[in-house]
Design a protein around this ligand. Structure first.
Ligand SMILES: [Fe+2]
Ligand SMILES: [Fe+2]
Length: 173
């Protein structure tokens, strides 16, 4: 019998797999427009995911999981966002577009491996209520997705605006 992952873990892992799939879609995208569309989806998915982790997941684990793991995860998010900013709203005509997408994919892969292999393992061994935390992650994600959906379609970088309005996560306690 397999034990089900607690809700916070299953939700975040599901996000990770969804982004893996989008990167695969990018590889097989045939037209420049298809590439632009997939990259837009990747950027939004990653930004939303990083946001809910920074606002709720990582802070809930402070004091429960090794501090340097959480600090590194925060710093990796910063680097990921710099890469995302270079391709967000851009297309294959931009310099190094494919290269940025490839490096982003490799970087995400590395980050996810550490998150699932170390942070989540320690979180599951701790006394943090990961089902309750999962409910909160889900509620915040839904709220943000609804806000993004309500914005004017011509608004560029809708997710960036919505996430800025929601405020940053707390890096240190
Ligand atoms: Fe992360
Ligand atoms: Fe993650």
């Amino acid at each position: 019998m397999f034990l089900k992952d607690p809700k916070a873990i299953s939700l975040l892992k599901k996000d990770h797999r969804a982004v893996d799939k989008l990167f695969l879609q990018y590889e097989t995208a045939e037209t420049p427009q298809d590439k632009v569309d997939v990259v837009q989806e990747i950027c939004q998915a990653l930004m939303l995911h990083a946001h809910i982790e920074e606002k709720l997941f990582y802070p809930a684990l402070r004091g429960k999981v090794k501090a340097d793991l959480l600090d590194e995860a925060f710093v990796e998010h910063e680097s990921l966002k710099e890469l995302i900013a270079k391709i967000d709203g851009k297309g294959p005509d931009d310099a190094y577009f494919d290269a940025h997408v490839t490096v982003l994919r490799e970087y995400v892969h590395h980050h996810v491996k550490e998150e699932e292999g170390q942070i989540m393992k320690e979180a599951e061994a701790s006394n943090v209520d990961l089902d309750d935390l999962g409910e909160k992650l889900e509620a915040l994600k839904l709220k943000l997705e609804q806000k993004i959906g309500q914005m004017e379609p011509e608004g560029q970088h809708k997710h960036v605006e919505v996430l800025q309005m929601d405020g940053r996560g707390i890096r240190h306690h």
